[in-house]
Design a protein around this ligand. Structure first.
Ligand SMILES: Cc1cc2nc3c(=O)[nH]c(=O)nc-3n(C[C@H](O)[C@H](O)[C@H](O)COP(=O)(O)O)c2cc1C
Length: 200
């Protein structure tokens, strides 16, 4: 990473205006995903997270799936606004990372560790969150702007069909990214002293 971890932590934001240019060659994006899946921790080293990188036309196909799915269930006037947002903030980007959890592996760990069985579903989600944060921060470090979206579970089946993904995978989040075309929204921070307690 170019930045220190602290600078990258501070720099990561949600970007809702992105274009389909890239500041790097595609392999650098793939390298980020490899580093994240290899080094981000998981409960009992279960390695339940699966990532799918969609670039170019494949990325556009994803957001078409989202629009087609929503068109079926959202009132027409609401859909107009939803479509505008998807086109401007997500489909307009360079790519999307899909975050999945492999439930076959989660189930195996539940069976292998009965004492902790009830924890594994939550740990799987927490593991996914760690991967999401790492990818988000590292994409920002490459010069991209990204956001985190949740059109799952509405789109899971159509996405699995499109890219022939295993039925045991559960979609957790979608992260569209691209070159930022405007600054992120203003962010309000609640008082830190209410959120961090120090005793010594
Ligand atoms: C678990 C989680 C779920 C989120 N879900 C969404 C979402 O569905 N759509 C969205 O636009 N942003 C989503 N966000 C982004 C937050 O709204 C955003 O991170 C927060 O407002 C702080 O802004 P920042 O990312 O610019 O620092 C999510 C963030 C987290 C951590």
């Amino acid at each position: 990473m170019k930045k220190s971890f602290e600078d990258a932590l501070i720099g990561r934001r949600s970007y809702y205006n992105i274009s389909n240019e890239s500041p790097v060659v595609d392999y650098e994006i793939v390298h980020v995903l490899y580093q994240v899946v290899k080094h981000v921790p998981s409960a009992f080293n279960s390695q339940t997270t699966r990532l799918v990188l969609l670039l170019g036309e494949e990325h556009v196909k994803l957001w078409n799936i989202v629009k087609h799915t929503l068109k079926e269930i959202v009132p027409e006037d609401v859909f107009v606004k939803t479509k505008e947002k998807i086109d401007k903030s997500f489909a307009s980007g360079y790519g999307t990372v899909l975050f999945w959890e492999d439930t076959e592996v989660v189930n195996k760990f539940m069976a292998s560790y009965p004492l902790y069985a009830k924890n594994f579903k939550a740990w799987s989600q927490q593991t996914s969150g760690m991967h999401q944060f790492a990818v988000w921060t590292m994409l920002e470090d490459l010069g991209f702007g990204a956001s985190l979206q949740h059109y799952n579970p509405l789109i899971d089946d159509a996405v699995k069909r499109m890219w022939h993904l295993p039925k045991e995978w559960t979609l957790v989040a979608q992260m569209p990214f691209g070159m930022p075309t405007s600054a992120p929204n203003e962010k309000i921070f609640n008082p830190l002293e209410d959120r961090v307690k120090v005793f010594k």
